[in-house]
Design a protein around this ligand. Sequence first.
Ligand SMILES: NC(=O)C1=CN([C@@H]2O[C@H](COP(=O)(O)OP(=O)(O)OC[C@H]3O[C@@H](n4cnc5c(N)ncnc54)[C@H](O)[C@@H]3O)[C@@H](O)[C@H]2O)C=CC1
Ligand SMILES: CCCCCC(=O)O
Length: 501
Amino acid sequence: MGNRFQVLDRFADGAQFIGGQSGPGSSGRTQRIVDPASGDTVHRYGLAGPADVDAAVAAARAALPGWAGASPAERSAALHRFAAVLAERAGDFARVESLQCGKPIKLCTEFDVPGTIDNTAFFAGAARHLQGQAAGEYSGDHTSYVRREPIGVIGSIAPWNYPLQMAAWKILPAIAAGNTVVLKPAEITPLTSLMFARAATDAGIPAGVVNVVSGAGREAGEHLVGHPDVAMVSFTGSTAVGKRVAALATASVKRLHLELGGKAPFVVFDDADPEAAVQGAVAGALINSGQDCTAATRVYVQRPLYERLREGIADTMAGVRLGDPFDPATDLGPLVSHAQRDRVAGFVDRARAYATVVTGGEAPKNDGAYYLPTLIADAPQNSEIVRSEIFGPVLAILPFDSDDEGIALANDTPYGLAASAWTRDVFRAGRATRDIRAGCVWINDHIPIISEMPHGGFGASGFGKDMSSYSFEEYTQVKHVMFDNTAVAAKDWHRTVFGDR
Ligand SMILES: NC(=O)C1=CN([C@@H]2O[C@H](COP(=O)(O)OP(=O)(O)OC[C@H]3O[C@@H](n4cnc5c(N)ncnc54)[C@H](O)[C@@H]3O)[C@@H](O)[C@H]2O)C=CC1
Ligand SMILES: CCCCCC(=O)O
């Protein structure tokens, strides 16, 4: 197994990171890590079971008083050191992320790892801006003020599409606010999450603040969600599993953050720059091989530009370089697994009965989980290919006539995570950003994200925000403090917030 896999030797002592120590899982079952580019098994580890989850929650609970009791400045300094350690190890993170996900090394080097480091630096700064509310005498001789406090032990569950960044999005705001975390990564891609937790410890963040249990969703995941000592659950993944997680978390009255599926529309008005829209649609659809909940999946084109876009997107997709993820020239790697590739292929094969596969629509004949960039035309608005989350390099293109029809088609979905509109008319852009129901609306672009801005959706895409100060506050609870300045016990106990009766 060539030297690219030697980087996996570091995981020999197990895929659990509990109380600052690596170790094996105790479920008695093992999980393979498969190289998506070749189909070869490159690593195997012992899955975590309920006992490992219990140990991780206990470690997080033990670390909580010290970490919550640290000053914001102390937490901030630790997170700045954390960012520095991540930067020192950037190359290893990129190689391991590419290996376990099949992502092009270019994407890991230019997006996944720098984004994680920037997130860390952002929350290092945010840690010192825990905003309460100013004091005020709102009731007689009483002074009120509001405190923001950490919630406690956070149970987080992450998907396989961006293992490192999703670990960062869940761990960083939580620990910046003084919480401690137990993260369960997706069982097929746990490795960079383990490295992230190890880097936190090596940066001086106390043992037990960040813990990782690599286990199966139904077993380790549900045990974590239902654990009585977990105060909040943060989940990113499919809407179907998100509903199960929400029911379990609500049963034990836990705070909840859900970042679920998406089906982003890409609306091209007839005054748009057609070449920019072509390039934007291909880039937006093929980011991370389409395994991105904000990826462009439905291109609606106002009729005068429809043929131009259909031809331009098909030609551009046909020129995309599929290859070895470790080759810097590769634009598109394999999907995360053969199972995901087959799931995507199933959507396209079923669409052949009711739509036109303009380009792509097949898996290149090799051992990897590759699937060609695919454009599908003539599909009805209510068809599976237009309504379901496919999570692969598949784009549907449909025409529209009036501006209102374009917006209505974009909104014709239970999801509401992200969208884009393409126009040179400021009034069209204003109406599109007002009327499209999505947590993020791009104008003349699709995909860029930054640490300062909230990421999260509406409807079937879930609720809560990642990144930004919105996410930071989400991992706090608000306390009202009121002083009686008379130092005399209240005589009339029936008095209310509206002062003396
Ligand atoms: N919105 C997003 O960012 C993502 C959406 N998806 C969608 O979900 C589909 C399936 O992808 P998966 O990663 O398999 O998503 P998934 O939702 O099945 O898994 C996401 C995470 O939840 C865990 N999990 C699974 N069942 C669980 C349960 N009953 N209780 C607690 N945790 C559980 C998994 O182990 C993983 O860590 C994708 O094809 C895509 O459509 C997947 C990943 C990310
Ligand atoms: C790092 C970019 C994440 C995009 C949202 C998602 O697929 O979870």
